[in-house]
Design a protein around this ligand. Sequence first.
Ligand code: PLP
Length: 379
Amino acid sequence: MQRVYLDNAATTPMAPEVIKAMTDVLTNNFGNPSSTHRFGREAKAIIENARRNIGAHINAAPAEIIFTSGGTEADNMAINSAVKDLGVTRIISTSIEHHAVGHTIDAHAETEFVALNLCKKGNPDYIQLEELLKDGKPTLVSLMHANNEIGTLLDIKRVSELCRKYNAYFHSDTVQTMGHYNMDVKEMGCDFITCSAHKFHGPKGIGFLYVNKGLNVNPIIQGGSQERGKRGGTENISGIAGLNAAMDLAYEDVEGHEKHVSELKQYMIAQLKEQVPGVNFHGETDPNKSLYTVLNVCLPDFENKSMFLFLMDIEGVACSGGSACTSGSNTGSHVLRGIDADTNRPNVRFSFSRYTTKEDIDFALSKVVKLVVEQNVTA
Ligand code: PLP
């Protein structure tokens, strides 16, 4: 039976190049990187070469890269460090951040929290942000680079310029954009950005936090002196090697990858408009304002809407209702609620990768048409 995977914002299949790099390390480099003998030194070299190479991909110094267990840990560390170590007394963010950010902010009940207004497409109110920053309170601005459910892209330069102007710290969750766009931390002007390898064909359980080297943050995990004393614990060497290989693959031809996936997304948008009367989209769809790997579709109402994701799965198409939604209903999505979307209508997120083909899109389209148009439309 044909199976098509269109849930790449949740996770991506591992690239053969990544599996090879990890297998080599697992086979040949079991040493503890903290050991001083040759086994240890070889393992340590793998980590430090990866740190240098990854830093070079994003124009960061090696010392600015802290390996973590993934995006969630990196987001937690950025926010916790800003509050505990940098004296932040206010966090400005939105209600549609990933839970790795939203719930971490919630945990700092003592810190003032301001949620920016959002437009229907999920863009924050930049004017309101500037008005707020003018009072000069010690502030962390935490705004995600691209929303993982609706794909709307932040004007990251505009936010970093505001943060510089008013001396606020800036954290951006770049988990969905790292490996998908060229990144230059000097140009971006963020204090913290985050990465998760499994979003771009690397392994799960590894990522990193970039911390601007001018900032003095305390350890996130107490223990040994790994990660320059910022995160104790014997390192995940094979994971780091896999992340490194995934970064190399991603940045080998990032424009080519973007072109391939963007064309598929625009094709799917055009075909849905043609074949599914009443279809709509959540978030931005303009290629310049929208993450090219994510398409959030608002379908017309139909009888079996609560079963839609399940039926798509039976038909061989893996897609999702958004990160918080597993049941096939939309009530779980804080993002759709946050942009005041009509959650009575069924919605589905299709997300693409370098391995997605036009045949995959045509197959998924045929199943949407079968379930929504041919069998079920009631409204
Ligand atoms: N932030 C965003 C925007 C995400 O999409 C995800 C993953 O779904 C995360 C953070 C968490 O990353 P990880 O799965 O590596 O913990």
